[in-house]
Design a protein around this ligand. Structure first.
Ligand SMILES: Nc1ncnc2c1ncn2[C@@H]1O[C@H](COP(=O)(O)OP(=O)(O)OP(=O)(O)O)[C@@H](O)[C@H]1O
Length: 551
């Protein structure tokens, strides 16, 4: 990536043990100076208030938003079975076709205009039917516009993508008022100003679509995908021809094009790593290191002697699950970062090593003078069940589960792609439209399957971990773990494919008797109830757990 001048922001995170550590002196000094400011405006639990970020509010007349109709400040949900008490203390789910029902107050801010977004971007949001920011957007947008480095953590399906896209589009591209020159023409931009990295091509393309929706058809060439599996030559030609302001890609492909000298990002103002804890894993390490080295420089980095033309950058980290390695890396690779959660901003230095950071409800407790914060990563409306099945009967159990819950759109997870085909075959043999999705499918194959799943042609998507992260299918109302996830973090990301944006969702884990203890362990780690259930006469029946253990 060639060097170039100007600009100010970068966003990123990685496992700091994988990378050169910055000198702590300058960062620590700056950090404490800034965090004094942050703490000065902080509440007693260390979190900041939106007021302390002193946003300029511009009054603006709003038209009627179209696509998304909110009842009050609630999202409506898909109809689902209802749990009803029945005799001899068994709980029975009675299948009911009922109209959409309110589940959870997800949207708490009144409108996007309060968040300091430029009018053109507000127009785009209105055109796309977005009228109320989610909690995490209400907290993240002003924080990022204000220039803070941040870790964005909020449960799956809570709108984290827009939480970082909106501030980026407020600063760069045609929707940012600043980009207009005196005669109203948008300034000619010369190179990439924002790069967004995602662990899978599906998530990468999903982010591209979100950006394109906001940019509108006239400016959609301002964003360019650099995902693996696509034609690299064409990607490089498009980079040269369209000079996109925003690039979205997977680490390997970005690093590959960078090594070829075809990616000019020293002037990058934003670099985002979505699903950042996944990107901390070993297989992405080298590529992320290269990206870190070539995309501007961490703002606040000390002088290196020679004139460094690379731009300063803002750092933002994004995931529903934020293990402490993410926090550590944020402190190492960011400049005075803060933790952004639903309507809450906390200086990162108040987050200390702690027990697993996943829990259903945020709790803070004073321990040795440090604020311990466990963070929410699963939508509160999700229902979690588990059932016992012999290995050879699992597919049949899956089928009965789908029927019992009258599920319309199901994602079934397994751990190895070689087993997916067999499950699909068995489901299809019993007349249940299903398809497999995994990394070995070609790019076209995967996008075709995803499209059919989203439009309802496929009822059961049988997939592996790769599809867990970030996949956004609003209609998905049931997630089934046909094989146990490796840990609670993976469980959370799988479960988060349903119950998107405040909708109701159900997660059923199918395990063998010898694995029940693993389910109980995850239940404890996640701090939420997994109800033991059976499928009897076409219904999901919940019984006391001890019967399951005795069985
Ligand atoms: N303010 C909003 N109003 C209406 N819909 C929204 C809003 N923000 C996001 N959405 C929609 O909600 C869905 C989920 O958003 P998104 O994928 O960003 O969630 P997420 O928190 O990133 O989930 P995950 O952790 O699984 O990646 C998307 O379809 C998105 O278009």
């Amino acid at each position: 990536m060639a060097a170039s001048a100007s600009t100010r922001f970068l966003v990123l995170l990685k496992e700091f043990s994988a990378f050169r550590k910055i000198s702590w002196t300058s960062a620590a000094t700056n950090f404490h100076r800034q965090s004094r400011f942050l703490c000065h405006a902080a509440k007693e639990d260390g979190s900041l208030t939106l007021a302390s970020l002193d946003l300029g509010n511009k009054p603006r007349k709003f038209g009627k938003s179209k696509a998304l109709k909110l009842e009050g400040s609630f999202i409506t949900e898909m109809g689902q079975g209802k749990v009803k008490a029945v005799k001899n203390d068994k709980m029975k789910v009675v299948k009911e076709k009922k109209p959409a029902e309110i589940v959870s107050p997800l949207f708490s801010a009144k409108s996007f205009e309060e968040l300091g977004l430029p009018d053109l971007l507000l127009d785009s949001l209105e055109r796309e039917g977005f009228s109320v920011p989610t909690d995490v957007q209400s907290a993240a947008v002003p924080t990022i516009i204000k220039g803070h480095d941040a870790v964005i953590q909020s449960y799956t399906g809570s709108g984290k993508t827009l939480a970082y896209l909106l501030p980026i589009l407020s600063e760069i591209g045609p929707l940012a008022e600043k980009s207009r020159s005196s005669n109203g023409e948008s300034e000619k931009r010369t190179e990439i100003q924002a790069m967004i990295v995602a662990p899978s091509r599906e998530l990468g393309m999903q982010i591209v679509r979100e950006v394109e929706k906001l940019l509108g058809p006239v400016h959609r060439r301002m964003v360019q995908q650099l995902v693996g599996g696509a034609n690299r030559m064409r990607q490089e030609e498009a980079l040269k021809k369209n000079k996109p302001a925003i690039v979205v890609g997977t680490p390997g492909r970005i690093a590959e094009i960078s090594k070829g000298g075809k990616l000019h990002t020293h002037g990058c103002r934003f670099l985002v790593l979505d699903e950042v804890d996944e990107l901390l894993s070993f297989n992405f390490r080298e590529d992320i290191h290269r990206i870190l080295e070539h995309v501007g420089k961490r703002s606040g980095a000390g002088p290196k002697g020679e004139v460094d033309e690379r731009a300063n950058r803002q750092t933002i980290l994004v995931s529903a699950t934020v293990p402490f390695s993410v926090i550590r890396a944020a402190k190492s690779w960011s400049h005075e970062p803060v933790l952004v959660q639903a309507n809450k901003v906390t200086p990162l230095d108040t987050i200390q090593p702690s027990a697993p950071v996943i829990s259903l409800t945020p709790t803070t407790s004073e321990a040795n003078g440090q604020i311990q914060t466990t963070i929410q990563s699963l939508p509160p409306a999700l229902k979690h069940y588990y059932c016992i099945s012999k290995h050879q009967h699992k597919v049949d159990t899956l089928r009965r589960c789908v029927h019992a819950l009258d599920a319309q759109s199901v994602i079934a997870f397994m751990n190895h792609s070689r087993q997916l085909k067999d499950v699909v075959y068995k489901l299809e043999a019993r007349g249940m439209n299903s398809a497999e999705m995994h990394g070995d499918l070609g790019k076209l194959g995967r996008s075709t399957v995803l499209k059919k799943f989203k439009n309802g042609e496929i009822k059961v998507l049988v997939t592996n971990e790769l599809s867990a992260r970030g996949l956004d299918v609003a209609e998905c109302d049931l997630v089934v773990n046909l094989e146990l996830p490796t840990d609670a973090v993976h469980y959370a990301h799988r479960a988060g494919r349903t119950g998107r944006l405040g909708r109701k969702g159900t997660v059923v884990t199918v395990c063998e008797e010898s694995q029940v203890f693993i389910v109980k362990k995850m239940e404890k780690q996640l701090g939420l109830p997994f109800l033991y259930c059976e499928f009897v006469d076409g219904e999901l029946v919940v019984t006391e757990e001890d019967k399951a253990i005795i069985r």
